[in-house]
Design a protein around this ligand. Structure first.
Ligand SMILES: Cc1ncc(COP(=O)(O)O)c(C=O)c1O
Length: 406
């Protein structure tokens, strides 16, 4: 028996949805690989990847297969019981990373919430009530719960909701001296994105992360890497920390880890994990069998030399062409980022106009992203076909040509 489907359109959004988003004028209804079709049958090339989520594009057979198989078996049991997909995925994450223990949840914000709570709990248990300060970076983004907007260094997301979580200091990113000045024996954690994503696709400098690691060790503080956006293959390594060779104590992963199915994980060591004893933290859906079955298929495909090498090769294709477009039309001062998380920094003449590029690209049939007002962002599928890259960037170039002509 199928459910009756009433026709809906974009205008309905403004009548029935809370107005906290302003979605594009069209409604995507179907996706295959790196192509998406809207209600009218118009086809678009997808370089937005659902904001760095659809790590294997749309309707990847391995993911569809894993989800369908699990859907016919067992959907949900809660954490009163464990389940096979969760245990298998946790084992794979432990085998592939620094971590010995995994906590599953449902979004990046939740993974960070768990990470920050764990850091404070460890400090509380080992060093007492005075060690709770968190040092984070200005212009960082860690999610939208009250704790995560408080740690994120962007007042526009944290102001206006009453008292914030206190005990958080923000320092300029990639500024080791500023970090040194801020860290003290009251610091329980330093929280960093190895590549600032929402803040403009800005990779950390190696010395900065190495310095942060050293400072944490000197002050008995934990190093927390938010790899919600940079993780699960997007940087060309399974996690960006592997590129730097700087190992965190706690790592948050979301977005790509579920390939489009909502899921997230906090990874940590056995020594730290024991501070989250029975009942200290939890979430009903965390480690849901459907999500973990998909997550297992994602890591099986992504964590292979072919896919990860492909990310680096595709990065070069994007970068070379975007630099050419940037120079020819005078729009980009720099093309930066790692793997398939790429940011084009607008020149002074185009500063503040990233949304215009988004709109122009959509009109030419290519979905892209912004990272703030000054950076045009690309976060395509890690297995985007080279032909789709060419076609999508042809469309993007036409968009830039029109935009700069007007
Ligand atoms: C680095 C980083 N952390 C956390 C989040 C929050 O993730 P979610 O929206 O799944 O809560 C995001 C989302 O963009 C992110 O980029």
């Amino acid at each position: 028996m199928s459910v009756e489907q009433v026709p809906v359109q974009r205008a309905d959004f403004d009548q029935v949805m809370v107005p906290n988003y302003a979605p594009a004028a069209f409604i995507p209804v179907r996706g295959q690989g790196s192509r998406v079709w809207d209600q009218s049958g118009r086809e678009l090339v997808d370089f937005s990847g659902g904001i760095a989520v659809n790590v294997l594009g749309h309707a990847h057979p391995a993911l569809v297969g894993a989800l369908t198989e699990q859907a016919n078996k067992l959907w949900h049991v809660s954490n009163v019981f464990t389940n096979e997909p969760a245990l298998r995925l946790a084992r794979k994450l432990v085998d592939a990373t620094f971590a010995d223990r995994v906590f599953f949840c449902n979004s990046g914000a939740e993974a960070n919430e768990a990470a920050f709570k764990l850091a404070r709990r460890v400090a509380h248990d080992l060093y007492g009530t005075e060690k709770y300060e968190i040092i984070a970076a200005l212009n960082s983004f860690h999610g939208r719960t009250l704790f995560t907007v408080s740690v994120g260094g962007q007042p526009k997301y944290s102001d206006g909701f009453g008292p914030k979580i206190t005990g958080i200091t923000h320092v300029p990113y990639n500024d080791l001296e500023a970090l040194k000045a801020a860290v003290s024996d009251k610091t329980c954690a330093v929280v960093l994105e190895p590549i600032q994503g929402e803040g403009g696709v800005l990779p950390a400098e190696l010395e900065y992360l190495q310095g942060a690691r050293k400072l944490c060790d000197e002050h008995n503080a934990l190093l927390v890497f938010d790899e919600v956006q940079s993780g699960m293959g997007r940087s060309g390594h399974l996690f960006a920390y592997m590129h730097y060779g700087v190992t965190p104590d706690i790592l948050s992963s979301a977005k790509s880890i579920g390939g489009g199915f909502p899921m997230a994980a906090m990874l940590t060591t056995e020594k730290l994990a024991k501070h989250l004893a029975v009942g200290v933290h939890g979430t009903t859906y965390g480690g849901n069998p459907l999500a973990c079955a998909v997550g297992e298929a994602v890591i099986d495909v992504v964590n292979t030399p072919e896919v990860l090498a492909g990310v680096n090769a595709k990065h070069d294709l994007f970068k070379a062409r975007l630099e050419k477009i940037g120079q020819q039309y005078g729009v980009f001062g720099q093309v930066r980022g790692m793997g398939l998380l790429i940011g084009c920094v607008l020149t002074d003449a185009w500063k503040g106009k990233a949304k215009d590029f988004f709109n122009a690209a959509e009109h030419e049939g290519v979905m892209i992203l912004q990272a703030g007002p000054d950076v045009v962002r690309f976060a395509p599928s890690l297995v985007v076909e080279d032909a789709d890259i060419t076609e999508g960037l042809d469309r993007f170039e036409r968009a830039v040509a029109k935009l700069t002509k007007n």
